[in-house]
Design a protein around this ligand. Sequence first.
Ligand SMILES: Nc1nc2c(ncn2[C@@H]2O[C@H](COP(=O)(O)OP(=O)(O)OP(=O)(O)O)[C@@H](O)[C@H]2O)c(=O)[nH]1
Length: 247
Amino acid sequence: MRLIQNMCTIAEYPAPGSAAADYCLGAAGRRLVKIAVVGASGVGKTALVVRFLTKRFIGDYERNAGNLYTRQVQIEGETLAIQVQDTPGVQVHENGLSCNEQLNRCIRWADAVVIVFSITDHKSYELIGQLHQHVQKLHPSTRLPVVVVANKADLLHIKQVDPQLGLQLAGMLGCSFYEVSVSENYNDVYNAFHVLCKEVSHKQQPSSTPEKRRTSLIPRPKSPNMQDLKRRFKQALSAKVRTVTSV
Ligand SMILES: Nc1nc2c(ncn2[C@@H]2O[C@H](COP(=O)(O)OP(=O)(O)OP(=O)(O)O)[C@@H](O)[C@H]2O)c(=O)[nH]1
């Protein structure tokens, strides 16, 4: 969907670090968390993003062109600006995943990724492992926080994937897992994004762990000033002289 009320549509596929991409951060001087939402076509990526941003479920969306939205979230008492990049559905070809340059740019830009599949579409589930691998390949020097989301939990009667399998796979990949129904439940959607933001926030502040903060609060001993040193040296010297003369 192209433009949705109450959301700020910033740009389509902004270049990392571009003025558009940093708009929200610059506006309020807040820390920024950038999230890309990826997965097969029709799994509910746009619905998920819209639900998270507006709390509303809107049944029909234009085929996604990949928009960037923003909102603020409170994480452990701090207000963070978050940008969420919706992406077009990933295509699969005979020789595997086909990720176009736009999608790759989004993944490289992101601090964290949401990989979505639908429990009504087994093929979308089969993509998760490959997508996760692709994300890691585009971020070779860091372990990007990823959450796997199994959507359409309300459609149990036509399910093709047991959500339990999603949980197992996410565990094997070292990702968090959420089973959600974007159409019926806002809280699970919110929690999935919230956990991801928290993980990124902790990663962005490695030096402010409680242990380090405690250490920095221990006062350093005052270094004695030169005057003081001279005074003490003189005192020691005259005491020595007194001792020698008294012998
Ligand atoms: N029943 C049900 N339908 C859902 C749910 N989430 C999304 N849908 C529907 O699934 C369809 C596809 O949703 P989209 O959000 O457009 O999916 P997408 O992954 O963005 O699709 P692409 O833009 O093609 O990549 C829409 O008709 C949504 O209304 C859900 O939790 N339950």
